[in-house]
Design a protein around this ligand. Structure first.
Ligand code: CA2
Length: 147
């Protein structure tokens, strides 16, 4: 069975508690349930994790090799800073989709830079929690095409 890992970075554990104007009212647990429902409909296995630590995210990417077929990554603010996450994604040679709740290109200039996009097959941003299920659909489609 195809298996997809959804990995969430720093502060995303706070979703639904603060800044609902930017990030919406759904909690990360709500989003995980949406993803589990969608994964079931798509008949794929799902891993769903969050960490506030850059090294733990690197470790999770390394561990995905041989366990998962693709990675959907909302790296949070590490998107804009982390060469380590970029290198980790490149090293495991798994397809990755960069994901954001907000439209990072309509926000501060420092959010317009992404190290993750350089090694991703595509980027989804600006659709709120719905972006997670869009990313799952896109990853399944990508893996189907890649054969
Ligand atoms: O829009 C996204 O998904 C982001 O990855 C969210 C990051 C931000 O640094 C990126 O530029 C875009 C921030 C996540 C912070 O999440 C919070 C949630 C609730 C309350 C406070 C922060």
């Amino acid at each position: 069975m195809t298996s997809i890992l959804i990995l969430n970075g720093p502060n995303l554990n706070l979703l639904g508690t603060r800044q609902p104007d930017i990030y919406g009212a759904a909690t990360l647990a709500d989003i995980e349930q949406m993803c589990r429902d969608r994964a079931k409909a798509l008949a794929v296995d799902l891993g769903f994790r969050q960490s506030n630590c850059e090294g733990a995210l690197v470790d999770a990417i390394h561990a995905a090799r041989g366990t998962h077929d693709g990675i959907i990554l909302n790296a949070g603010a590490y998107t804009h800073t982390s060469i380590a996450l970029m290198d980790a994604l490149a090293s495991v040679e798994l397809p990755a989709i960069e994901l954001h709740l907000s439209n990072i290109h309509a926000r501060e200039a420092f959010r317009h830079t992404s190290y993750i996009a350089k090694v991703a097959v595509g980027v989804i941003c600006g659709f709120g929690p719905r972006g997670y299920t869009l990313a799952l659909d896109a990853m399944v489609d990508h893996l189907d095409r890649a054969g």
